[in-house]
Design a protein around this ligand. Structure first.
Ligand code: ACO
Length: 357
């Protein structure tokens, strides 16, 4: 059954994914002009220009205040929530936020993953949650709430580059889910929850944790080729490779690889881990080329996401939630665009079941 590959289901002025040329353009800027060069707040100002007032500085201030507001919900984290995976607990906490189609709702939703995820990680470890510092930018504050210390400039720059890199990406599965829900006028919170539900699957934003599981299982560079070949022979998919749209290298891979290199140059990286990952990447690409000659399978964004978020100290089970922290602004921008310019999304199905007598 089709995955709607060739269906154009929306018109958007937010981002364009050019899968043949390996280019991602966000509001007229190539990703290379944004990641590592413009702050997450500056990119939110681009994506959410019709939803939020003011530019980068105003959004930074408003988002800081929103982080403080949503932190009140952290007190309500209980034992039942801590038994869920972090992304499921994040989903439950975000479901408690009020809905609407206004700037305040949007700011709270953008602030929420950055506040809830570090709190969940710490509480799962038996540590107290740390309150946000509204004076910081979103990336620095998210790391401060995770680590309990002011992050280094290199750490902040790396997370900021990551959040920008994943901020929007055409009509991916979670964004489509957000637009479907927004088209019913259910409000931004419901649209974001639908998107988060879609994001957590391993074929979408749930892949980076398994990428690290794969690196751990491989263990050393010399075992890479044999381990990967055995995995493919068993019919398994190699996590962090392949993409529905890109037929050449995903441009986000290089943006993240550069952020990782800068982190390593600042002494915050793990050279051994990176060397293992590069060997696994090289061997996996060679094997995939041989196994699926008709299909251009390349490294996808999740491969270097895993390494970057690990180097920043996020536990692997929290990676999908960090992805959500970067993508949530894009989801809301699409929800807004759908409400303003679209109609109720209601495709048709072809009935293939038994006919009535
Ligand atoms: N490893 C091994 N084989 C693969 C892989 C992979 N990573 N990806 C695709 N293939 C194979 C499929 O088995 C299929 O083979 P077949 O035709 O013999 O059945 C062929 O390549 C085509 O695959 P499709 O399923 O058509 O690719 P699709 O566009 O549906 O899937 C997807 C894209 C889901 C990302 C896929 O490549 C995959 O499962 N990758 C691994 C998981 C992953 O990395 N997910 C993160 C994606 S990035 C993101 O969402 C942010």
């Amino acid at each position: 059954m089709s995955g709607l590959d060739d269906v154009i289901a929306a018109e958007t002025s937010l981002s364009e994914v050019d899968g043949l040329n390996g280019q991602l353009v966000i509001r007229g800027y190539r990703l290379e002009e944004l990641a590592g060069r413009r702050s997450f707040e500056a990119v939110l100002a681009l994506l959410l220009a019709e939803v939020l007032d003011g530019g980068e500085a105003a959004i930074r201030t408003a988002l800081g205040a929103a982080r403080r507001t949503v932190f009140a919900e952290v007190e309500r984290i209980d034992a039942a929530l801590l038994e869920l995976s972090p992304v499921e607990a994040l989903r439950a906490l975000m479901a408690r936020l009020p809905g609407g189609e206004d700037a305040g709702t949007a700011l709270r939703l953008v602030a929420a993953p950055a506040v809830f995820l570090p709190a969940l990680v710490r509480r799962r470890r038996g540590e107290a949650a740390i309150a946000p510092d509204p004076a910081l930018g979103q990336a620095a504050d998210m790391l401060a709430m995770l680590k309990g210390r002011r992050p280094s400039g290199a750490e902040t720059a790396a997370l900021d580059a990551y959040l920008v890199t994943v901020s929007d990406h055409g009509l991916n599965a979670s964004t489509f889910a957000a637009r479907v829900v927004a088209s019913t006028r259910a409000g931004y919170a419901s649209a974001v929850l639908a998107a988060l539900g879609a994001l957590k699957g391993p074929l979408h934003g749930g892949a980076p944790g398994p990428v690290l599981d794969m690196l751990d299982a491989v263990g050393t560079p010399e075992r890479a080729a044999g381990w990967l070949a055995a995995e493919l022979a068993r019919g398994e998919r190699l996590m962090g490779f392949g993409h529905r749209i890109y037929r050449v290298r995903d441009p986000r891979v290089d943006a993240l690889k550069q952020a990782l290199a800068r982190l390593g140059a600042a002494g915050d990286g793990d050279a051994g881990r990176l060397a293992l990952a590069e060997t696994v990447e090289r061997e996996a690409l060679a094997l995939l080329r041989r196994a699926k000659p008709g299909r251009a399978l390349e490294t996808n964004v999740e491969f270097y996401t895993a390494l970057l978020l690990e180097a920043l100290g996020f536990p692997r089970e929290a990676f999908t939630g960090v992805f959500a922290a970067g993508r949530v602004g894009g989801w809301i921008a699409h929800a807004h665009e759908q409400v303003e310019k679209g109609r109720l999304i209601r495709p048709q199905s072809r009935y293939v079941g038994p006919r009535a007598a």
